[in-house]
Ligand binder design. Structure first.
Ligand code: NDP
Ligand code: AKG
Length: 411
């Protein structure tokens, strides 16, 4: 099942649990606006290359639309639509005053030089600059993009609209980024994991973890779990996977990745088949890379008792059913990875105020938001007798439906 069909299915299930009207359902499902643009750039060798860029703005009932921009070869319109919709429910779960959006360019950023990436980002910004903005749609990093990408968007956007730091979040600190944004998604994952484990009388230091993906989210989650005494027994990136039953020294792995650019040839563990990673023996599995990685092919073989969805939609609905029958507890993406967008909100607030917070304040507020959202999600589970995914979906969808009804549809 593709990402959009899976997301729509979860949304419809939440609508049924909430008893929402079919007109509200239809209005919430159809995206506010879908943008598709051609981006042609000269390569460094003078040849021309064309890419397709997307921005889907899903809903703005609760505030400006918000969500990352992904550079990845598998970016397609359905996936961007699904990710934009997930952002709408995610910002509502976190209770931050935003709607949802997502963007992407179908390219492999590893095949482009830094100057080619800059040209691509600038041309994409030129094509969408009049449709994004501080109070309309605020992009941020996602897979394959980073603080530098946001700096180029800010610079290009500012040529048309004047200096506008709040038009993107996840920027470098020097040009208005927030302390703590780089680590925020991974840190939020850890706060969410702590809240879940505490409910089950467990703590990070007693458990074994497997992490798929060692980019922004995966490496920060790994570092913070390692610091708390959690034993990380296997990690992967696109180049391969490494395991060590005694626990991988994450500080050494970060140093290795820093000096070589990947996890390959790391001597603090044994190389393993990356396909084995998701079904490796552990207590907690944290997918931090692509969507749909847990599916009917591998779900029955998963050994973890807890899955923390740091990636967006890593579990497809068939896997969801298989895992739930096995008693695996899944902390859903629209809650588990909401730390990133929550600190993006703090960054936007700081830009608008023209006042910078220190990192301690950012992290303290992040914990407060993640803890509050966890309790709200649990309350929805109780009132609708449902699992955590539906607890999060009913929480998010209900808040957006309420905002939509309050605003009304009169033309
Ligand atoms: N950045 C953020 O703030 C947020 C991100 N997310 C979600 O988290 C996930 C990861 O995003 P982010 O960390 O930002 O992205 P990055 O691009 O920083 O990192 C992605 C990581 O996934 C690895 N990867 C890619 N394909 C595979 C594969 N087939 N098997 C194993 N590893 C793979 C990459 O390997 P390599 O390094 O070798 O390329 C890299 O380590 C995405 O689903 C994203 O939507 C969710 C909320 C916020
Ligand atoms: O920080 C943001 O605005 C969005 C991050 C994002 O793309 C996500 O949460 O999936």
């Amino acid at each position: 099942m593709n990402a959009l069909a899976a997301t729509n299915r979860n949304f419809r299930h939440a609508v049924r649990l909430l008893g929402l009207d079919s007109k509200v359902e239809r209005s919430l499902m159809i995206p506010f606006r879908e943008i598709k643009v051609e981006c042609t750039i000269p390569k460094d060798d003078g040849s021309l290359v064309s890419y397709v860029g997307f921005r889907v703005q899903h809903d703005n009932a609760r505030g400006p639309m918000k969500g990352g921009i992904r550079y990845h070869p598998e970016v397609d319109p359905d996936e961007v639509n699904a990710l934009a919709q997930l952002m709408t429910w995610k910002t509502a779960v976190a209770d931050i005053p935003y709607g949802g959006a997502k963007g992407g360019i179908g390219c492999n950023p590893k095949d482009l030089s830094s100057s080619e990436l800059e040209r691509l980002t600038r041309i994409f910004t030129q094509k969408i600059h009049d449709l994004i903005g501080i109070h309309t749609d605020v992009p941020a990093p996602d897979m394959g993009t980073n603080a530098q990408t946001m700096a180029w968007i800010l610079d290009e956007y500012s040529k048309f609209h004047g200096h506008s730091p709040a038009v993107v979040t996840g920027k470098p600190i020097e040009i208005g980024g927030s302390f703590g944004r780089d680590a925020a998604t991974g840190r939020g994952v850890v706060y969410g994991t702590e809240a879940l484990l505490a409910e089950h009388g467990k703590s990070i230091k007693d458990l074994r973890f497997v992490i798929q993906g060692f980019g922004n989210v995966g490496s920060w989650a790994a570092k913070l779990i390692h610091e708390r005494g959690g034993r990380i027994v296997a990690v992967s990136d696109i180049t391969g996977a490494v395991k060590n039953p005694k626990g991988i020294d994450i500080t050494e792995l970060l140093n290795h990745r820093e000096s070589t650019g990947s996890l390959k040839d790391f001597h603090g563990g044994e190389t393993m088949d990356p396909d084995e990673l998701l079904v490796h023996e552990c207590d907690v599995l944290i997918p931090c890379a692509l969507g749909g990685v847990l599916n009917r092919e591998n779900a029955a073989d998963v050994k973890a008792k807890f899955i923390i969805e740091a990636a967006n939609h890593p579990t497809d609905p068939e896997a969801d059913e298989i895992l739930s029958k096995k008693g695996v507890i899944i902390l859903p993406d629209i809650y588990a990875n909401a730390g990133g967008v929550t600190v993006s909100y703090f960054e936007w607030v700081q830009n608008i105020q023209g006042f910078m917070w220190h990192e301690g304040k950012v992290n303290k507020q992040l914990r407060r938001y993640m803890t509050r959202a966890f309790q709200n999600m649990k309350n929805m589970c109780k009132s609708h007798d449902c699992n955590l995914r539906m607890g999060a979906f009913t929480l998010g969808v209900n808040r957006v439906a309420r905002a939509t009804l309050l605003r009304g549809w009169e033309a």
